[in-house]
Design a protein around this ligand. Structure first.
Ligand code: ZN
Length: 228
């Protein structure tokens, strides 16, 4: 957080409410799905959340936002100069383009899709199918995850017969063999269903692991994933 952002809000507060004492203020940038800014007063404390799209905004724009949000909250008239300045900035081509991208990435209504920005999971599945499974594997639903999780690389969902791969790997800096390795692992889940050994579920059986080691660049892929 740039320290001056908080100062801007404090100054704006003093301008609007000359005689009132300054309450505790917290300002943070937040990954909204859109250009969105919120303000609320809770237990005498003002909480402001600004769209992270505005993180690099010039000072005069932040000043305009501070004024607009505070004026709204205290039901004061909004200065037209500030309102116009803010609207102009939000409407600028650069911000519109960023907002569009963010909506695509964060929007909830987004359909699941095998086609990412860089990699197409169906193509990857078919190539691996030919290389390792004699083209015999029936293709499940292939999809990038909705969120960019790092914790889960991918998973096979037998209930929906779907392979979901974390969207973090749809990136030009991710080598193709790393993504292949992740998809290959999930394909092995299709081939080796979970078995029960006594009362224990065996997810990665000895056969599964032996077959996983057949992947030519397994060690390099593991090393890349560890650095992630
Ligand atoms: Zn697994």
């Amino acid at each position: 957080m740039r320290p001056e952002v908080l100062e801007i809000f404090q100054e704006s507060y003093r301008e609007l409410r000359l005689n009132a004492s300054l309450p505790e203020l917290k300002v943070e940038f937040f990954a909204f799905a859109n250009v969105n800014n919120t303000i609320r007063l809770r237990n005498g404390r003002i909480l402001v959340r600004l769209s992270d799209l505005l993180e690099g905004a010039p000072e005069n724009i932040l000043r305009a936002i501070a004024h607009i949000l505070l004026a709204k909250m205290y039901q004061q008239p909004i200065d037209r100069t500030y309102a116009a300045r803010y609207r102009k900035y939000i409407g600028s081509r650069d911000i519109m383009r960023k907002a569009h991208l963010v909506r695509q990435m964060r929007g909830r209504k987004r359909l699941r899709s095998a086609r990412g920005h860089f990699y197409d999971l169906e193509t990857i599945f078919e190539e691996l199918n030919t290389r390792f499974f004699h083209g015999l594997m029936a293709r499940p639903l292939m999809s990038w995850s909705q969120t960019r999780t790092r914790r889960i690389l991918g998973h096979y969902d037998p209930a929906h017969n779907a392979i979901i791969i974390s969207r973090v790997f749809d990136h030009p800096q991710v080598p193709r063999y790393v993504l292949d390795y992740i998809v290959y692992h999930e394909m092995l889940h299709l081939k080796h269903p979970v078995t029960l050994r006594g009362s224990r579920r065996c997810v990665h059986s000895a056969e599964f692991q032996a077959e996983e080691r057949l992947f030519p660049k397994a060690a390099e892929a593991e090393a890349f994933l560890k650095r992630l």
